[in-house]
Design a binder for this molecule. Structure first.
Ligand SMILES: [Fe+2]
Length: 369
């Protein structure tokens, strides 16, 4: 990317194309102290109320800056690096982290160790990168007293409260309002698919675990659905086209939301999976279409439940697992409460928490990419 000048016009030359930069676009970016609050980096003027007839009277490039005199009397010196960053026009922090596909053969994923000043450390930066690569991460030695999970979540960003509260205790109990609070086997699922928006990240903190069962299971929804796309595009297509209803009821609330089991972005790339066969309702469609849909859903369910796609491990006291609830499905094996205690605490945070923290740590440690 190169900035070039000709006849008071400013051009962006990428090597393959050359295009004039709109003068108003540049005028919006003037950043002298009278235009931009230097502390907050927020604008002190309102470009949406300005006349659109902005032109460049004079411009000069020197020492990494472009000096521009605009026709409304404003003169400014803009950092070319800052402009170049904006030309990329994409989120270079999160999107540049490539997702790593995994299945039951996954080995040697780095665990992280909690220590003092953890949330402001380079270790935390590396943890978040690993989280975006694999869709989950495990942190060892996280203090368990006084619902520390809430402090942990709020030190990355903010807890996302749900009707299960700010945090929830995963123990078997009588009259549970969710099967999580039983001793039953839980097949792979994503949490809260009936919410709008669905909570993005689940934190699960092991406080006590004395039972031999109750293993945690994880499946990578990204790997599974990308494989389905290649192996059975017809199934993949219908599962990414038909919206189904997810519903949760208890005595205080009725929650409903509609989504595809495989939700794609505008460019038809993976964005989110939802899967919770206890809570989903397929709409009434023509018989032929439903025929295909049910076969496709069965195939997807078989893949999610296949040992080949699942990793299984025991969370030990002080282990805290962070899972991307848009990508990774989780479950557990059944356990026998007579063997001892099993007590986990959970809560949710959203992607703005991890993204905001990661951008901050990249800035702090001057990490590129
Ligand atoms: Fe769950």
């Amino acid at each position: 990317m190169k900035i070039e000048l000709k006849d008071n016009k400013i051009f962006l030359n990428s090597g393959t194309f050359k295009e004039e930069i709109h003068p108003f676009w540049l005028r919006e970016r003037v950043d002298g102290p009278e235009f931009l609050d230097q502390g907050t980096q927020q604008r002190l003027f309102d470009p949406s109320s300005m006349s659109c007839e902005i032109a460049v009277d004079k411009a000069k490039i020197s020492d990494g800056f472009i000096e521009i005199n605009f026709n409304d009397g404003v003169n400014s010196k803009i950092d070319l690096n800052k402009l170049a960053y904006e030309f990329s026009n994409k989120d270079t922090v999160i999107k540049s982290i490539n997702k790593i596909k995994w299945d039951s053969t996954l080995k040697n994923v780095k665990n992280f160790d909690f220590k003092d000043n953890f949330f402001e450390s380079k270790e935390m930066h590396d943890l978040l990168v690993s989280f975006y690569e694999y869709g989950f991460v495990i942190i060892k030695n996280v203090p368990t007293k006084d619902n520390f999970i809430v402090k942990f979540a709020n030190s990355i960003g903010s807890v996302r409260r749900t009707n299960f509260g700010e945090y929830f205790n995963v123990k078997s109990k009588s009259n549970p309002n969710d099967l999580a609070y039983t001793t039953l086997h839980l097949s792979p699922h994503t949490d809260n698919p009936y919410r709008n928006p669905v909570p993005c990240i689940q934190l699960l903190h092991c406080i006590e675990n004395e039972v031999s069962g109750g293993l945690s299971t994880l499946v990578d929804g990204y790997t599974v659905t990308e494989r389905l796309k290649i192996e059975n595009p017809e199934y993949y297509n219908i599962l990414s086209q038909i919206k189904i209803k997810f519903k949760f009821i208890d005595k205080n609330v009725v929650l409903e939301d509609w989504s595809e089991l495989i939700h794609l972005d505008e460019e038809k790339n993976f964005k989110q999976v939802r899967f919770s066969p206890r809570l989903d309702y397929v709409p009434i469609l023509e018989k032929n279409k439903l025929d295909l849909y049910y076969k496709a859903r069965k195939n997807l369910s078989d893949l999610y439940n296949s040992e080949k796609n699942r990793i299984e491990f025991k969370l030990m006291p002080k282990d805290l697992m962070m899972m991307d609830n848009y990508r990774v499905l989780h479950g557990r094996t059944k356990f026998d409460p007579k063997e001892g205690k099993r007590f986990l605490q959970g809560c949710y945070i959203d992607f703005d928490s991890t993204e905001g923290k990661l951008r901050h740590l990249k800035r702090k440690f001057n990490v590129n990419g």
